[in-house]
Design a protein around this ligand. Structure first.
Ligand code: ADP
Ligand code: MG
Ligand code: MG
Length: 901
């Protein structure tokens, strides 16, 4: 351990690479993302102020040793500092020619604003006077000095920042100015004096400042807000942070100095243009904190054209080097440009898609990599609700701010994070969190809210970064918004909005509306997404079908890229108001003749349902599942019926006219009859009762009617030239004999129809596998099934012996919290249990019938991790809701690429 190297200068990247295993991943683990990239930029010859990195290993050793520097570490820091002194020709703590440094945290994964940085280290009264003599700029020196004490006070000494802000505010008021930059030298000297009175433990010895700041950064790794952030972002807690000590460059040296944060491409739309914020005569923190209104990078191009061009050139080369969009910090000190940070930029889903596609077209990455760079869940964004144009027109537009994280959100205003969280979690209310600006302590409220609105801050502000990362719609920097936190109200263009009032924000456009706006789901006509999904289609092996009950769903699914229908639930059609009475008559029938009469009335209705579906899916397979739920679901609920009956009996006893009596008598008789039937149909466990294939066995006329409707419709559309492929699915099989009998009866019906119509259509009969016994005897079942469709909702219920409704309302949450289950098995397929049954069944099915078609329907079909499992099990397709079809297409491609390694 004693020969561990704890410190690497920015120009020692080779040594760091030699120390670890040479992979960039390991270098980043050692030096942190910020340090690794500073060293990398140094090697590329990009202007980076000299400095060095104290490693994450040093941080971990320090924390493990009860906050003691590991042996030799401090000596290495002093040596590296001496090297920086000779590189810059300045001396740390030397009033005649002082070196100032920043002390910057930098973990492996960027954690915006979570860890702390101290600027201008090395200043004290003497050094300040020396710098005044050197630069002749007292204002700059005392502005830097007061910043040091302020940052040191809050970051290292743990003092509340408001204490300092108060002093500044009073100084501004006294001077009658709005901005700190307008304070005079005397004001700033006074501020420094007052700050010293607050931060009494501020060390005047520069090396002591450096040591305490370094330790504070180490300790901040275990601070509450860092831990909260890591929990929310899924970052490991045992990585530690590195510390970067770097020569200060000054963006606050006058109008030829500036500081900024910029992305190499637009992080919201993905457009290939440099985009960001910058400020003349300011230090780095000012841009991010949103204290002053920032300018756009386009203004920099106009105001500092040469520097802008130089920056743009560096941005392009960094992009090419990292093959990714970069997020960069820079500072201009007296017309000299310095890069202070670069990293892969965070971006919206929309931008991620466009950037991936355009980078592939530019030849920076290949198509497979482009596909892999977009996460399936990001595609969800394109299907997210947006406000409808009509709703916008009718609504009251309050103001427009920066559109930093797209999507529409509606909620009640909450002015602080705790209230936002309480309303959202405990009262299930939809909340928009509104703040002047957000801080790391606000993250819990932001996560609970539907959307975020701030009056200050730019595109790179904390609020914008967090919102984008967690996919929350956000509008920031709405300067017309006046928030009065005492009064719990805000005023926008003369309109007052109180806490609890409804507002709607559109993060795609930056608009803020009063009230609750209606939203619509956009069509996914984004040209880059279309292309990306086409590339995904070339990579995937799984087909993607959709679950759709109505022709318009089928059409939408097809537009989204579905390759067939994996599930049509016929019973949905039975619940429609004009049909329900006929269905009830069928259930209540006392003689076969009466039942046939009802079924004959249903036949044309079902036929027309299928007609539309078949036409919409011309050329593609359509799986139609025969009736599945228990019949009592189509009858009135027992208690309601009992009450109605009692009511009618009372009215009967008071009835006056003969007509009235006759009418009520008829009702009572019908209701008594119905009640008797409801009671007879009552089951203790309907989920395990007379449903699925069992219904077809008990009431063969019912499923025969459905099959007749399917084939009559198929023949009719075939006659019109439609290429129709019905696949009849028999649900809930547990024993092969159920299937063999139903199939025989139904297939002869199908053949009879085709014979009568004189048309042959290609069809399949198959079954759902949703009972463990069916999975275990899949070889027997495959004799009678041309296809299997895993009904993974029921298969999960029956495999676990858990009723989903009861679980989700009851113990499931506790199971997840206590880690008894890692995932909700109704959302993500249970690999070891349900997945194993599926794997065995698929294999057994294929053994008996090599060309058997196997897929899944049910919500898992749209879940990326479940899709990956289906790919591994070698299924032919997944079927999911139309809205998840694009996600499934991408997830299936990811599964295929991941498998190839
Ligand atoms: P964060 O991770 O919060 O962005 P940073 O360490 O990047 O923290 O620093 C905060 C701000 O200070 C950034 O704007 C950065 O550019 C600026 N900064 C850091 N070090 C220096 C330096 N040596 N000279 C000038 N500005 C600096
Ligand atoms: Mg930074
Ligand atoms: Mg089922």
């Amino acid at each position: 351990m004693s020969n561990t190297k704890w410190v690497y200068r920015f120009d020692e990247l080779d040594a760091a690479e030699a120390y670890v295993d040479d992979s960039w991943e390991s270098v980043r683990s050692l030096l942190g993302g910020k340090g690794a990239n500073l060293a990398d930029m140094t090697r590329l010859g990009i202007p980076v102020p000299p400095g060095f990195t104290v490693t994450t290993e040093a941080c971990l050793a320090y924390l493990a040793a009860d906050e003691q520097f590991p042996e030799g570490a401090w000596k290495e820091i002093e040596a590296a500092l001496a090297a920086v002194e000779s590189a810059t020709g300045k001396r740390f703590g030397d009033a005649a020619n002082p070196l100032l440094v920043s002390c910057r945290s930098g973990a492996k994964f960027s954690m915006p604003g979570m860890m702390d940085t101290v600027l201008n280290i090395g200043l004290n009264d003497e050094v300040a006077e020396g710098m005044v003599a050197l630069t002749g700029d007292e204002h700059f020196v005392y502005d830097s000095y007061r910043r040091l004490i302020q940052m040191f006070g809050s970051v290292v000494l743990g003092l509340r920042d408001e204490l300092f802000e108060h002093v500044l505010e009073r100084a501004r008021l006294r001077r009658g100015v709005e901005s700190d930059t307008d304070l005079t030298v005397d004001d700033l000297r006074g501020v420094v004096e007052e700050f010293r009175g607050i931060a009494v433990r501020f060390p005047t010895e520069p090396i002591e400042q450096l040591r305490l700041a370094t330790e504070a950064v180490f300790k901040s790794w275990n601070g509450k807000r860092a831990i909260d952030y890591r929990n929310a972002a899924g970052i490991a807690h045992d990585l530690g942070t590195a510390v970067n000590i770097q020569t200060m460059v000054f963006g606050n040296m006058g109008d030829d100095s500036a500081t900024g944060v910029a992305m190499s491409r637009n992080a919201t739309t993905g457009e290939n243009e440099i985009e960001g914020d910058f400020l003349v005569n300011a230090q780095g923190e000012d841009v991010v904190a949103g204290i002053r209104p920032t300018k756009r990078m386009a203004d920099m191009a106009a105001e500092m054209p040469e520097l802008y061009e130089q920056f743009a050139g560096i941005a392009r080369s960094l992009e090419a080097h990292h093959r990714n969009m970069q997020d960069m910090e820079f500072t201009v000190e007296r017309n000299k440009l310095w890069l202070l940070q670069t990293r892969d930029g965070k971006r919206t889903a929309q931008a991620a898609v466009r950037i991936a596609v355009e980078m592939a077209e530019e030849g920076l990455i290949d198509r497979t990599e482009a596909v892999m760079r977009v996460q399936p869940d990001q595609v969800d964004f394109f299907l997210h609700p947006q406000f409808s144009p009509e709703a916008k027109k009718a609504a009251r537009l309050l103001a427009t701010g920066l559109n930093v994280s797209p999507g529409a959100a509606v909620g009640v205003v909450a002015f602080d994070a705790d209230l936002a969280e309480e309303w959202a979690k405990e009262q299930n209310r939809e909340v928009i969190m509104v703040r002047p600006e957000t801080k790391p302590d606000d993250v819990h409220g932001m996560l609970a809210a539907k959307g975020i609105l701030t009056s200050r801050g730019g595109r790179t502000s904390h609020a914008a970064l967090v919102a984008r990362q967690f996919g929350k719609p956000a509008v920031v920097g709405v300067s017309e918004l006046q928030i009065d936190l005492q009064k719990r109200a805000m005023t926008v263009n003369e309109i007052e909005v109180e806490e609890g009032d409804w507002i709607s924000i559109d993060g795609t456009t930056g608009e803020v509306y009063l009230g609750q706006l209606d939203s619509i789901v956009p069509d996914i006509d984004d040209p880059w997404l279309t292309k990306l999904l086409e590339w995904a289609d070339e990579l995937r092996r799984l087909d993607v079908r959709a679950n759709a009950d109505y022709p318009e769903d089928a059409e939408r699914a097809r537009a989204y890229g579905a390759q067939g229908i994996g599930l049509t639930r016929t019973e949905h059609m039975f619940f429609e108001s004009e049909r329900l009475p006929i269905v009830q008559k069928m259930i209540m029938a006392e003689s076969p003749a009466e039942r046939r009469e009802a079924l004959e009335a249903l036949l044309p209705l079902q036929r027309s349902d299928f007609d539309g579906l078949f036409r919409a899916m011309d050329g593609l397979p359509v799986i139609i599942r025969l009736i599945d739920p228990p019949l009592h679901e189509f009858l009135p609920e027992q208690q309601a019926l009992t009450r109605l009956l009692a009511d009618h009996k009372i009215r009967l006893s008071h009835a006056g006219t003969i007509d009235e009596i006759d009418e009520l008598l008829a009702k009572v008789e019908e209701e008594e009859h119905m009640l008797a039937r409801v009671e007879a149909l009552h089951e203790a466990n309907p989920m395990l009762g007379t449903r699925g294939v069992r219904l077809g066995i008990m009431l063969p006329d019912l499923t025969r009617m459905q099959v007749r409707a399917i084939f009559e419709a198929a023949c009719a559309v075939a006659r019109d030239g439609v290429d129709v492929h019905p696949e009849v699915m028999i649900p809930l099989t547990s024993h092969v004999n159920e299937l063999s009998r139903q199939r025989a009866a139904l297939e002869s019906e199908a053949k009879a129809v085709m014979e009568a119509e004189g048309i042959e259509v290609s069809y399949l009969f198959g079954t759902m596998i949703e009972i463990p016994r069916a999975a275990l005897t899949a070889d027997e079942i495959a004799e009678y099934a041309a296809f299997f469709s895993f009904g993974t909702n029921d298969l999960t219920q029956t495999t676990f012996g858990i009723s989903r409704d009861d679980a989700e309302a009851g113990f499931l949450l506790a199971y997840l919290e206590e880690g008894i289950l890692d995932d909700n098995p109704f959302a993500t397929l249970d690999r070891n249990g349900v997945g194993k049954l599926m794997g065995q069944a698929a294999e057994a099915g294929r053994r008996v019938r090599p060309d058997i078609e196997i897929g899944i329907c049910g919500e898992h079909g749209g879940d990326p991790r479940s899709i990956a499992l289906c790919h591994e099990l070698g299924l032919d397709y997944v079927s999911c809701s139309p809205f998840r079809v694009p996600i499934a297409r991408l997830a299936a491609a990811h599964a295929a690429v991941t498998e190839e390694g």
